[in-house]
Design a protein around this ligand. Structure first.
Ligand code: FES
Length: 109
């Protein structure tokens, strides 16, 4: 199956475009595999470390959806929380509908 395009803006302003991100994996896994700066994924996607914190671009928020209760509890620990669009990208599983998804990597803790 053809992958999708995702764009992650690093803290240095560099936009990392990944053109063939696999459907069914998390945005964290894709970002880490591509060496996107600031996507560490220390807990391996367990929603407990918040080292995969991103801000979802306004035009994508509705399609990505809100965090669940477990993710909200983990997001509560971060110091750069943006109520409107913070997400842990290990909890964003890529689907065909997310083709073109754009996020900005949150500053390091
Ligand atoms: S990888 Fe740890 S919370 Fe996302």
């Amino acid at each position: 199956m053809r992958g999708i395009r995702v764009v992650l803006i690093q803290n240095d302003g560099v936009a990392r475009t990944i053109d063939n991100a696999a459907i069914g994996v998390s945005l964290m896994e894709v970002g880490r595999a591509e060496g996107v700066d600031g996507i560490l994924g220390d807990c391996g996607g367990g929603c407990s470390c918040a080292t995969c914190h991103v801000y979802v671009d306004a035009e994508w928020q509705q399609r990505v959806g809100p965090p669940d209760d477990v993710e909200i509890a983990t997001l509560d620990m971060v110091s750069h929380l943006q109520q409107s669009n913070s997400r842990l990208c290990c909890q964003i599983v890529l689907t065909p509908e997310l083709d073109g998804l754009k996020v900005t990597v949150a500053p390091a803790e």
